[in-house]
Design a protein. Structure first.
Length: 440
């Protein structure tokens, strides 16, 4: 069987390894007094999600959390990157607090500490409370204040014990994927909505950072996703299209959060749709960061298209594909580690998500995942040797879970989940990583 050759022994002594999940994807959102979210509404609308699946039961982590934490400890991981659900903490998004929700996260964090795991909290991983979606959700500037209030309530309870915190997972997905491409809740395809979300997500990030600093919390960062944009052909038009794609995907949030600027080539298209006075918010969006997290999975081939801005179409090249149809391109991770460093200098970086979906069954070794992880760890290792201050690597995901619009079919886990019996079965990749992370 394939091994992970780039294990703990190859990395600097203080390098950390972890696994990640998110609340709606694993918890079982129908339990424990959580409020309705825009994902429940999106999934209940025919055509949005495969088989109209939602997160009502998911992995029933709310019941199985202790055994799930045992799996992380037994795998030899250092960090557990998890998220809290806004709608579990505040079912209406504002106002009343669900004590059972806060109690759950309190126990979960203590459970991590008891097992020697570092709790890496994300405040928002996409489950917007439906009553806030009714008010316009990310299109409404007030969301920055609502998010700041939620941040304060959650962090007053668990902020003293988490190891790190990031406000919003993958701002590009929250804004562009969900309001321009329409693939995720709320499923809009509207450039004005997208421009507003692209700005308000950054503003909410900034406000949440201010709240957490005022509470005295440390080790605060941002987690952005990156996709390697390659021109579809050598034509100058395709090169320019790939640049625009790169700007929207990879430079917009990084530029705003790190430098306090939006990239000019993206503003060219978005400026007419931005909320009035957006310039005055840039200082709030740019808050001091203690680290930056990169989520990386794949590359995309981008061609010029004769249609309105951003004048582009997306294509798949000829590298091997994962179950998602995503090309396997470790070179992109190497590229982005250097690229992000060109913005952040000495700031510690973490790969906060990396992994692949595979049509796994419990009795077949997931060799493809082992090779994927090993090749990306090798790319990370190369970047460190070249001077990138990369401090950790976190696999997506601990276990198979709800893959949003693609339902339960796409399996990203190191641990197989039978969604009928809820039985967890560690895959070959879990065992390979455990061997590679063992301290000797
Ligand atoms: O499952 C998602 C996760 O919620 C965010 N990052 C990408 C993963 C795989 O698509």
């Amino acid at each position: 069987m394939t091994d992970i050759t780039h294990g703990r022994a190859h990395f600097p002594q203080d390098f950390l390894f972890g696994v990640a999940t998110s609340a709606y994807q694993i918890e079982g959102h129908a339990q424990g007094g959580a409020g309705r979210t825009h994902w429940d509404d999106f999934a209940a609308t025919p055509g949005n999600v495969i088989r109209a699946e939602d997160g009502a039961r998911a992995c029933a982590h709310l019941e199985h959390w202790q055994a799930d934490l045992d799996l992380i400890r037994d795998g030899g991981f250092d960090i557990y990157r998890f998220s809290a659900s806004w709608a579990r903490v505040m079912p209406e998004g504002r106002g009343a607090v669900n004590d059972a929700g806060l109690d759950f996260y309190d126990r979960l964090v203590d459970g991590m500490l008891e097992r020697g795991l570092k709790p890496a909290l994300t405040l928002y991983h996409w489950e917007l409370p439906s009553p806030l979606a009714d008010l316009g959700g990310w299109r409404n500037r007030d969301i920055a204040g609502w998010f700041a209030d939620y941040t304060e309530i959650l962090c007053r309870r668990i902020g003293d014990r988490v190891w790190s915190t990031a406000p919003i997972n993958e701002p590009w997905c929250v804004a562009w994927l969900s309001h321009f491409l329409g693939h995720h809740a709320p499923g809009l395809r509207d450039i004005r909505a997208a421009a507003r979300a692209m700005h308000h997500v950054g503003l909410a990030h900034g406000r949440a950072m201010q709240v957490m600093r005022a509470l005295g919390m440390g080790n605060l960062g941002a987690v952005c996703n990156f996709e390697y944009a390659l021109p579809f052909s050598d034509s100058p038009d395709d090169h320019a299209a790939a640049q625009r794609y790169d700007g929207i995907y990879n430079r917009w949030f990084l530029g705003a959060m790190v430098k306090g600027d939006y990239p000019a080539d993206v503003l060219e298209g978005l400026a007419p749709h931005m909320p009035t006075g957006w310039q005055d918010d840039m200082a709030t969006i740019r808050q001091p960061l203690d680290w930056l997290g990169l989520n990386y999975y794949t590359c995309k081939r981008i061609a010029h298209a004769d249609q309105p801005w951003p004048h582009l179409s997306e294509h798949v090249g000829d590298l091997p594909l994962t179950q998602m149809g995503w090309e396997i391109c470790p070179e992109g991770l190497h590229h982005f580690l250097h690229f992000v460093q060109s913005y952040t200098g000495d700031l510690p970086l973490y790969v906060t998500e990396n992994g692949m979906a595979n049509p796994d069954s419990p009795d077949q070794p997931d060799e493809a995942r082992i090779a994927y992880l090993n090749d990306h760890l090798a790319a990370a290792h190369r970047a460190i040797a070249e001077g990138v201050p990369l401090k950790g690597y976190i696999v997506w995901s601990l276990m198979d879970n709800y893959e949003w619009a693609l339902g339960y079919e796409k399996r990203f886990g190191l641990v197989h989940v039978d969604f009928d019996s809820l039985k967890r079965s560690p895959k070959a990749s879990y065992h390979a990583l455990r061997a590679a992370l063992a301290r000797n």
